[in-house]
Design a protein around this ligand. Structure first.
Ligand SMILES: *Cc1c(COP(=O)(O)O)cnc(C)c1O
Length: 479
């Protein structure tokens, strides 16, 4: 027998270098870098001493304390080192049905964009060299021409994101002067982008006109003074004002702008290049339409409905774009070669309006045929049922997907999914376990069930989903 008082047990805890020599640790040395493993062992030993001193750890009397400690340290240190060694940015199966999910990285890039990123990053590129002359070129050149061609605008510039696009536009064209905006359009996008705050940051002064639900051209007209720099129209991306309403249209603003020699700026937010009403979505003006109506500058995101990389796209009249290019802020918010590569490839897909629907995953998901979604849900429910071995009820159900990314907030897209009702654990526990898996699975909690909308589950992810769900329910339920 040994003395099992906590303080005398402490001396049986093996030292770090002995743990390192343990065959299990040694054989798994490759699964985590040595400094991580070392730290994990140190942390585990410290933790063990604390638990022992506090009387929170009971040594099993049938084991030698040294063996007991060794196997405990090895197990805990391995778990710890593995979890520390796991990348924080991981693959996720998006079963929420929200196509542009900001928390899940918004647009999924198409094959050509992924290849372009791969090409641009596996060696050197002509990012800022004109290969025809051998002289210095512009990193924006490959996308400028495409954007002009696709939108009908004279010139274009691309920055880090649409928030930066709006900031740069206002800072260049309205610093120290007034910008007129309707009270119905003072939007907040995702908490950190608020029109009044962006305006303050740009050094321009906000002049609010009209009311929340009604703003007439005369409201803008009355607010114009020699201090006015421009008229700003902001797309009310993530909300709708319904009922007794009147918005001043871009065309009306353009008329006012021309009469008063003021530029009209449109922050379109999502900014689609194609009419999405064929997917059953409400008809929204495309970028080309807003350009055609005479907006002088239009800004929109690269990773919303366009389906490309994160970027803020600015198209419009050359005089204004040229001034923006000279603003030192442009250098601070410039895009990198990954973005240039992915955006060029994404935009090239739009040259053919027939094939673009299949080549841009965002469009492909939005346009998914309801009968195919139904078939996919039925087949997935069958496979899940077989995989979970009675531990959950998996039923195909009708549901509704959302565009997301602050686009068309009030319209759902009819869809299909699989409802999972676990038998032995709560639906919250199930959702938590699925988030820990690789790939992580994110569904939608609904009526005490976990709903998996098939619209946003990418082709080829279904078998991984079936495996993960089966593993989680069969592995976790019986213990
Ligand atoms: C989404 C959005 C923004 C912000 O765009 P990011 O690309 O996320 O920076 C700005 N304005 C409007 C109207 C938007 O919808």
């Amino acid at each position: 027998m040994y003395d099992n008082k906590p303080n005398s047990l402490l001396r049986h805890i093996p030292p770090v270098d002995e743990v390192l020599k343990n065959p299990v640790i040694a054989s798994l040395a490759k699964s985590a870098p040595r400094p991580l493993m070392l730290q994990a062992i140190r942390d585990t030993i410290t933790q063990l001493r604390e638990e022992l001193t506090a009387g929170r750890l009971l040594v099993q009397p049938e084991l030698q304390p040294r063996d007991f400690f060794m196997s405990l340290i090895v197990q805990r240190a391995l778990d710890h080192a593995r979890s520390q060694n796991r990348p924080n940015l991981r693959q996720v199966i998006n079963a929420t049905g929200v196509v542009l999910h900001t928390n899940l990285g918004r647009a999924v890039l198409g094959e050509s964009a992924r290849q372009a990123i791969n090409n641009a990053t596996s060696g050197y590129t002509n990012l800022e060299m004109d290969l025809a002359t051998g002289k210095r070129g512009s990193r924006y050149a490959p996308v400028e021409q495409l954007l002009a061609q696709l939108t009908g605008a004279e010139a274009a510039l691309v920055v880090n994101n649409n928030a930066a696009a709006v900031l740069l536009t206002l800072s260049t064209l309205a610093r120290g002067r007034e910008v007129i905006v309707s009270r119905g359009q003072l939007v907040e996008i995702g908490g950190s982008f608020r029109i009044p705050e962006v305006m303050a940051q740009s050094g321009s002064r906000l002049v609010e006109v009209g009311t929340t639900n009604k703003t007439y051209p005369t409201d803008y007209q009355r607010a114009i003074t020699p201090e006015t720099a421009l008229l700003l129209h902001v797309h009310t991306s993530n909300y709708r004002i319904v009922g007794f309403t009147r918005e001043t249209s871009i065309a009306e603003l353009v008329e006012l702008g021309q009469a008063n020699k003021l530029p009209v700026i449109s922050d379109l937010g999502s900014g689609s290049l194609i009419d999405l009403s064929v997917c059953g979505l409400p008809s929204e003006p495309t970028v080309q339409q807003v350009v055609k109506e005479g907006a002088d500058v239009v800004t929109f995101s690269g990773d919303k409905l366009l389906g490309g990389p994160q970027a803020g796209i600015i198209v419009g009249q050359k005089v204004y774009i040229e001034r923006m290019k000279k603003n030192p802020l442009t250098r601070a918010v410039r895009i990198d070669k990954f973005t240039v590569a992915a955006l060029e490839a994404t935009l090239r897909e739009y040259i053919d309006p027939q094939t673009v629907w299949q080549h841009i995953p965002t469009l492909d998901m939005l346009a998914a045929d309801i009968n195919i979604l139904k078939q996919r849900a039925e087949s997935l429910a069958e496979k899940l049922t077989a995989s979970v071995g009675g531990r959950a009820l998996c039923t195909p159900v009708q549901t509704s997907s959302a565009v997301g990314g602050g686009a068309v907030p009030t319209t759902g897209l009819p869809s299909w999914g699989v409802e999972v009702a676990p038998r032995d654990i709560t639906v919250f526990e199930l959702a938590g376990k699925l988030r820990e898996e690789e790939p992580a699975v994110i569904g939608r909690l609904q009526d005490d069930k976990l709903l998996m909308d098939v619209r946003t589950i990418l082709p080829g992810q279904e078998s991984a989903l079936v495996k993960v769900l089966g593993g989680v329910l069969k592995g976790g339920a019986s213990s």
